[in-house]
Design a protein around this ligand. Sequence first.
Ligand SMILES: Cc1cc2nc3c(=O)[nH]c(=O)nc-3n(C[C@H](O)[C@H](O)[C@H](O)COP(=O)(O)OP(=O)(O)OC[C@H]3O[C@@H](n4cnc5c(N)ncnc54)[C@H](O)[C@@H]3O)c2cc1C
Length: 393
Amino acid sequence: MKRFQHLIVGGGMTAAAAAHGIREVAPGATIGLISADPHPPYNRPPLSKALWKGDPESSVWRTDDVQGVELILSRRVTGIDTGKRTVTDETGEIYGFGSLLLATGGAPRRLTGAPDSVVYFRSLDDYRRLRALAGPGKHFVVLGGGFIGSEVAAALRMQGADVTMVIPEAGVGVRVFPGSLSQHLVEYYRGKGVTVWTGEGVATVTERAGKSVVKTTTGAELTADCVVAGLGIIPSVDLAQAAGLTIENGIVVDEYLRTSNPSIYAAGDVANFPSHALAHRVRVEHEDNANAQGRQAGRNLAGANEPYHHLPFFYGDLFELGYEAVGDLDARLETVSDWKTPLQEGVIYYLANGRVRGALLWNTWGQVDHARALIAEAGPFTAASVVGRLPVG
Ligand SMILES: Cc1cc2nc3c(=O)[nH]c(=O)nc-3n(C[C@H](O)[C@H](O)[C@H](O)COP(=O)(O)OP(=O)(O)OC[C@H]3O[C@@H](n4cnc5c(N)ncnc54)[C@H](O)[C@@H]3O)c2cc1C
């Protein structure tokens, strides 16, 4: 049986950052990383952005972070023995640990009964598969108008493909952006040559004569060379659940990123943690959190015992539009828009109970730290008093 001082289950960005964090505190420690993925850790955001704009595939690897780490790839961990401090993988191999991090992330939500040809866009292999198919004359149906759907639709369109988006809600990014912006994005996408169907769910996806056929909830039918689904992720908690750890919208951790078993930590997309700045629990599916929280979890695995108080930001690219955002971007909150150029360049504040809970920096750069400071302010803020607090553009 192999034994590691620190063992990481998962091979994504959180895992890579954690390995880095462990070595900051304990440079000589033995570290094992077991991942179901066949590849060593890589960055996911470029898969829907930079790689489609010419960056080489070699730019995604997290090689430096995993120097000196024993990588055990293409292996899924199926059990944890908390008493013996061991994990078992799907082949029956057993590994011992001193401390354990679960960085198991999430798996794409799938359509029941759909054929294997549907691409649930999450991994490097999904990117490679789609990239090989993309090009002029090909028709793609993209399901979902959230982060993944909107970015993949833009990436495919930029390759000259015909793209139809099928979005159950009324606009693009409706859960995050206020209605006016979400509606504007529908028109913006149409202006880029993307066909956008809103208010249409997916009833079935089938195959006919080598093509994919999407039937929508209103009975309309679309034929495509490929269907790409961006339907969100489900946090991968099975392992933690079987080990008796507390689960509630992810693996529940404290501010030190410890689970309900103090020798097991969790971080990244899978972790439900207490946000210091927002004063409530959150589970964040974004890169900055994966990197910062993964690093902190790694440091704590190695004995640093530091709380995680970072308020993560996130960002996105939609054709030439870009944004950064901090805090709770929940379109159900009161939103206050401060545009320099309407719908092109500005700041949107998300307010609740007289406090700023989030800020969307739309084609507005260099304000992330100021936005964090504003969210930390006690207020009270009103729509009138918050406008102008962050410079626009
Ligand atoms: C295409 C794409 C674009 C994105 N763009 C942005 C962006 O622009 N901005 C932004 O902020 N965020 C973006 N994100 C989100 C960001 O990439 C994620 O938040 C981050 O990758 C999460 O990392 P993670 O390591 O926590 O989880 P994951 O990336 O889900 O990694 C989990 C790993 O654990 C492995 N695993 C799971 N269970 C087991 C098990 N039982 N045994 C062994 N291994 C297991 C999986 O195989 C996987 O390797 C994007 C994500 C995608 C997919």
